[in-house]
Design a binder for this molecule. Structure first.
Ligand SMILES: Cc1cc2nc3c(=O)[nH]c(=O)nc-3n(C[C@H](O)[C@H](O)[C@H](O)COP(=O)(O)O)c2cc1C
Length: 212
């Protein structure tokens, strides 16, 4: 089993979203110890914005395309995604949605005539489906009755990943990191309970505790 682990916070391994995503990776490894984990760190801006040549390729199927720059980087990132059996994304909420680092990665992998086709009835995804775990950290609360802000992150990811064929999305979150240490501890405990419940389901071979 290949696990592709994307870290999208500028805070790197100190990030709350990294902590939660890493717990998910550990749960998966407990189930399949021989799994190979590929860590791709995006949060510090390792992936630049797409270039003009790539924008032209997206715009016009007949355009003369230079295979360098974003097109070749896109190919590397798509292949990395294609060979993964499970995708784990650790991401903060930035301005109600995904951080720009994750958006830059999405712009590289959601690519016309490569990971989706445009048909008369809309986009058709070309990737085979696989579990996508999304670990979110947010300063405020965005879900449930205590939500005080709109959430454009989870609906956006559902639609954009759906457009390339990834529909098996599983969201976990530590919300309210800006509300003090007590609130953070409670939010972490809630997330770990949710993970525990998820990884105790029949889908996973291991029945032992996986959360820290
Ligand atoms: C540029 C920026 C925008 C942010 N926007 C939001 C937001 O819209 N909603 C929210 O709840 N928190 C927001 N936050 C706070 C982060 O989501 C919060 O600090 C989170 O714990 C960061 O996760 P990390 O430790 O994984 O980076 C924002 C933080 C930054 C740096």
């Amino acid at each position: 089993m290949n696990i592709l682990h994307l870290s999208c916070s500028p805070r790197g391994q100190a990030a709350e979203s990294y902590r939660l995503a890493r717990t998910i990776v550990d749960c998966l490894l407990k189930d399949v110890p021989e799994a190979i984990v590929v860590d791709r760190s995006l949060g510090e801006g390792g992936i630049s914005h797409v270039d003009g040549n790539y924008a032209m390729a997206q715009h016009d199927a007949a355009a003369q395309i230079n295979q360098e720059g974003t097109v070749s980087r896109s190919e590397v990132l798509i292949r990395e995604l294609e060979v993964s059996d499970v995708l784990v994304i650790g991401t903060p909420m930035h301005n109600l949605s995904v951080p720009s680092a994750l958006k830059a990665w999405i712009d590289h992998v959601v690519r016309a005539r490569r990971t989706f086709n445009v048909t008369s009835s809309g986009k058709v995804g070309l990737l085979s489906d696989r579990p996508v775990f999304i670990a979110i950290a947010s300063g405020g609360v965005f879900s449930g009755e205590r939500a005080r802000q709109p959430d454009f992150l989870t609906p956006y990811l559902k639609v954009v990943f759906g457009s390339i064929g990834l529909r098996d999305l599983r969201f976990f979150s530590v919300e309210g990191t800006g509300h003090g240490p007590e609130a953070v501890n409670e939010a972490r405990a809630r997330a770990e309970r949710a993970l525990q419940e998820h990884f105790s389901s029949a889908e996973f071979g291991t029945r032992s505790r996986c959360a820290h």
